[in-house]
Design a protein around this ligand. Structure first.
Ligand code: UDP
Length: 236
């Protein structure tokens, strides 16, 4: 039995680097594609938003002397590169997938709209939404909550390399304890890093639960969608 029928999966650009220092690690890319195919084949409608930090970040552009808006536009294009990579990896293992973009750039992908995304879901496609929100000064965390709310996803799945939300950074503090469940208010009051604030507020106001989980362990995504308690759920 599926626990969730429609989800928005947020993947970080950094995660795609794997052990590399930059860019796209094909081993990680293919592992992600396998996991995504597995749940798409179960009948889950999967929307994906991916970051771009493995290629370019707006703020790093500012440090190099670029105007912030230009830097952010470069960052948004980086997310499109990652989106195309995921689409290709899915297509090559026989999973239908399409990139929609928040910025007009046909023929790379059709422009995103809720209607188009739902039409593709109905035809069995995984829908990858590239280009962030299309606006500077936002992040792909915010793009994922925005698109998640828009497409009426039941949950926002934040795939990371950590298996949930902890009392402190588990990579730095070995005494950190993992939460299984948190309310948005608790997470906010305790200043726990779940998503950035704009994104967090959007999820809270629109009642979109967030599950932070370890996407780097094969099979986790499927287990989660079948109802196993994986990661940390943040909800109202
Ligand atoms: N970006 C943007 N608007 C968006 C989404 C992303 O301007 O709606 C840019 C921004 O410059 C960001 C980069 O794209 O640094 C990559 O996105 P990601 O969310 O991975 O950035 P991070 O939060 O890791 O810097």
């Amino acid at each position: 039995m599926l626990k969730y029928k429609r989800v928005l999966l947020k993947l970080s650009g950094e995660a795609l680097m794997g052990a590399d220092k930059y860019g796209i690690n094909t081993k990680v890319l293919n592992e992600y594609a396998e996991q995504i195919k597995e749940v798409a084949q179960l009948g889950v409608e999967v929307g994906i938003v991916i970051g771009g930090g493995n290629i370019f970040r707006g703020l790093s552009g500012v440090n190099k002397g670029f105007d912030r808006v230009k830097g952010d536009q470069m960052g948004m294009l980086a997310t499109v590169i990652n989106s195309i990579a995921i689409q290709s990896a899915l297509n090559s293992i026989g999973q239908k997938a399409k990139v929609l973009t928040s910025i007009n750039m046909a023929p790379v992908g059709e422009i995103y709209s809720k209607d188009k995304a739902l039409e593709l879901f109905a035809q069995g496609y995984v829908v990858i939404i590239g280009g962030g929100t299309g606006n500077p000064f936002f992040t792909t965390d915010t793009a994922s909550s925005l698109r998640g709310v828009e497409i009426e996803a039941e949950v926002l799945l934040k795939g990371t390399r950590v298996d949930g939300v902890y009392t402190a950074d588990p990579e730095k503090d070995p005494a950190a304890i993992k939460y299984d469940e948190l309310s948005f208010d608790e997470a906010y009051n305790k200043n726990l890093k779940v998503m950035d604030l704009t994104s967090f507020a959007m999820c809270k106001e629109n009642n979109l639960p967030i599950i932070v989980f370890d996407m780097n362990t094969a099979g986790n995504l499927k287990k989660l969608l079948l109802g196993e308690k994986i990661g940390t759920i943040v909800k109202n």
